[in-house]
Write a protein that binds this ligand. Structure first.
Ligand code: SF4
Length: 383
């Protein structure tokens, strides 16, 4: 155990390292929270580690790539040959949720196109600052679904563990962009009450790791948590919801693959791809590695204005997903979170898109149009 003085010293390192990574949870933690003396906890579950470990040549490639992600709108616009005025608007529009985008994702964008559907997902725009009636900070009522910090029980048989607030990319439409990540457990020890509650409840058969993005958690910590879940006999499945296979495909490293398929629990990954252009060959290779080892792969997309709100965009996405062995499962209507109103697509348009997809694709390739409603017993399937 560290003495208080030592702990504070470690805390300072943790803060410094977190700020390098520009973790979304941390960026959303209030400046007051950042002064807490035990910030060592903050990095523990993501194992952001010591200064020495940071410099280690053994650092996985994906972590180095994550650290080199772009955070500066001017740099992003420069790389995409877009005007500085756009970067200026962006820099003034983050609303406390800064730009973050990986270089892998950047490579899938079209230089010179300010309306690129991938760029629109990550570049803060002035519209985010507008206050629109009906758009709120907790659109899914997750605060009420929280059994204890970091553990959400929304639907029968499944619980969701928010294991980190960190992501590899900041999606401007994110329904958790205002989530109180500072209150979530940051260590395996802090997760124990949630694990104990899962062990006591025989009705739970599936644990969903969520965040933030659970795959930003380093393998050693992820393995520890999963090993604890593996010991609970009534659990059958371990599901991970992650954007990393899409925006940082190097994350699907051999160690992760071996671990994920090697446990007792049935492994499932839900990727969150919104556009066919996101699914590069590199992403395809990563997904093939998972599916060839028996991981069930599903996709949940969000219907986003200016990104994928056309039959063509949705058809191309579904076709590409099938090519890569991923089932297009849900097409979600936007969760009405503050700052994302400019992405909203009317439900009627969503229904029309789905109807037209049915005439173009086999039934198994057409996602369910769905909406999540606070307090509902399941997602509401609209089409
Ligand atoms: S949508 Fe997912 S990956 Fe994107 S910012 Fe939100 S939690 Fe992170």
């Amino acid at each position: 155990m560290a003495e208080p003085g030592e702990k504070r010293q470690f805390a300072a390192q943790a803060v410094a390292f977190d700020s390098i990574l520009e973790l979304p949870c941390d960026s959303r933690i209030s400046p007051k929270a950042l002064q807490f003396p035990d910030m060592s906890d903050l990095s523990a579950i993501s194992d952001l580690g010591s200064h020495e470990r940071r410099k280690s040549s053994a650092e996985p490639h994906w972590r180095a790539e994550l650290r080199s992600a772009i955070r500066d709108p001017y740099e992003l616009c420069r790389k995409l040959k877009l005007p500085a005025s756009l970067a200026e608007e962006s820099a003034a529009s983050t609303g406390g949720f800064p730009l973050l985008v990986t270089k892998s994702y950047l490579e899938c964008m079209q230089p010179g196109d300010a309306d690129d559907p991938l760029l629109r997902q990550v570049l803060p725009r002035r519209a985010e600052l507008e206050s629109v009636p009906g758009f709120v900070s907790d659109p899914l009522g997750e605060e009420a679904a929280q059994l204890q910090p970091g553990m959400l029980h929304k639907y029968h048989g499944r619980v969701l563990l928010v294991v980190t607030g960190a992501c590899a990319i900041h999606c401007r439409y994110c329904f958790r962009r205002h989530y109180p990540y500072a209150d979530s457990p940051k260590t395996i020890t802090a997760c124990e009450p949630a694990i104990a509650q899962i062990a006591e409840d025989q009705s739970i058969s599936e644990v969903i790791l969520s965040g933030g993005d659970p795959l930003t958690v380093v393998d050693s910590r992820l393995f520890q948590l999963a090993a604890r879940l593996d010991e609970i006999p009534h659990l059958q499945r371990l599901r991970i919801h992650s954007r990393l296979p899409v925006v940082l495909p190097s994350r699907i490293c051999t160690e992760f693959q071996n671990w994920f398929v090697g446990g007792r629990l049935r492994p499932i990954i839900v990727i969150h791809a919104n556009h066919a252009a996101e699914l590069s060959n590199e992403v395809g290779d990563a997904l093939n590695k998972l599916s060839s080892r028996g991981v069930m792969l599903f996709n949940q997309a969000v219907l986003l204005k200016g990104v994928n709100d056309s039959v063509t965009a949705q058809r191309d996405l579904c076709e590409r997903l099938l090519q890569l062995g991923v089932t297009p499962y849900y097409l979600h209507l936007l969760d009405r979170v503050t700052g994302a109103a400019h992405f909203d697509v009317p439900e009627s348009q969503g229904r029309t898109i789905i109807d037209q997809l049915r005439s173009l694709l086999p039934g198994y390739a057409v996602p369910r149009l769905a909406r999540e409603e606070p307090g509902a017993a399941s997602k509401v399937v609209l089409r």
